[in-house]
Design a protein around this ligand. Structure first.
Ligand SMILES: [Zn+2]
Length: 268
């Protein structure tokens, strides 16, 4: 087994005998670093076996127990065991097309995700998807979101309207409001909404300018990567972010489950 300091944690000397791990959010500060400790830290930075580390300690005339003591102190900043298989990349299915879908695919692929797009509903990847992204104009067609809900696949809508773009709410089936809940709330606010929505689903996405594409893809990619990581880093279910046209700040909105939807097992 190779012991190594986590290369993702920045190391910086505070004083000649004190080293800090992490800058903006310090993880660990080691004071009283001896020259033997320093040599062992150099070895650990490069990666070393326990036997090799003992050899370094012996050559530096470290007292007995120095290796165990140092390893105990640096335990919070050691890299995971390199023999462990790398985690499986999240499988993200892009349900939709256009420049935002393309940009999002590039960002997610660059971050190591397994991104698929242009799939048939019969494709096996649809069933195995960890998360889906629905890119739509004005509103998400009920049957589109229902396909992901039925498969229990979390999904993130990106909806372009004539006054801005909305990302979310991120839907975790069974853990928060779904997109039908959102539609029912919109219908409560305007009973003509369903009739209008059916005329808008097939229209081109408005406002997909280069800057909006970049901002939207970056936000959606960050949300999706957080969602595929361990909780509690995932996005809050039921919260959408809206970028009004011509603005640079996202506006959050929380959505409640709609009592008539029944997606959470509530009585219809
Ligand atoms: Zn619902």
């Amino acid at each position: 087994m190779v012991l190594a300091l986590d290369p993702g944690i920045t190391r910086v000397w505070r004083t000649p005998d004190s080293i800090q791990f992490g800058v903006d959010e310090p993880v660990l500060v080691l004071d009283g670093i001896t020259s033997a400790d320093e040599r062992m830290l150099v070895a650990l930075a490069a990666g070393v076996t326990a036997e090799g580390l003992r050899l370094v300690a012996d050559r530096a005339r470290a007292p007995s127990g120095a290796v165990a003591a140092l390893l105990d102190r640096v335990a919070p900043v050691l890299a995971p065991d390199r023999r462990e298989p790398p985690p499986t990349p999240p499988l993200v299915v892009l349900d939709g097309a256009g420049p935002t879908a393309v940009a999002l695919g590039v960002l997610l692929s660059d971050a190591g995700a397994d991104v698929r797009s242009g799939l048939d509903w019969s494709d096996a990847a649809v069933e195995r998807a960890d998360v889906a992204v629905i890119v739509a104009s004005y509103a998400v067609e009920p049957q589109r979101q229902a396909r992901w809900l039925r498969r229990d696949v979390p999904h993130l809508p990106i909806v372009f309207g004539d006054a801005g773009v909305t990302v979310g709410p991120y839907v975790r089936p069974g853990y928060g409001p779904c997109l039908r809940c959102v539609d029912l709330h919109r219908t409560d606010a305007d009973p003509a909404w369903p009739a209008m929505a059916t005329q808008l689903h097939t229209r081109d996405a408005p406002g997909e300018t280069a800057i909006v594409v970049a901002a939207t893809a970056a936000l959606a990619a960050a949300l999706l990567l957080a969602a595929s990581a361990e909780p509690p880093h995932g996005p809050d279910p039921g919260v959408s972010a809206r970028l009004p046209r011509g603005r640079c700040d996202w506006v959050s909105r929380a959505w409640a489950p709609h009592p008539e939807c029944g997606c959470l097992g509530l009585p219809p």
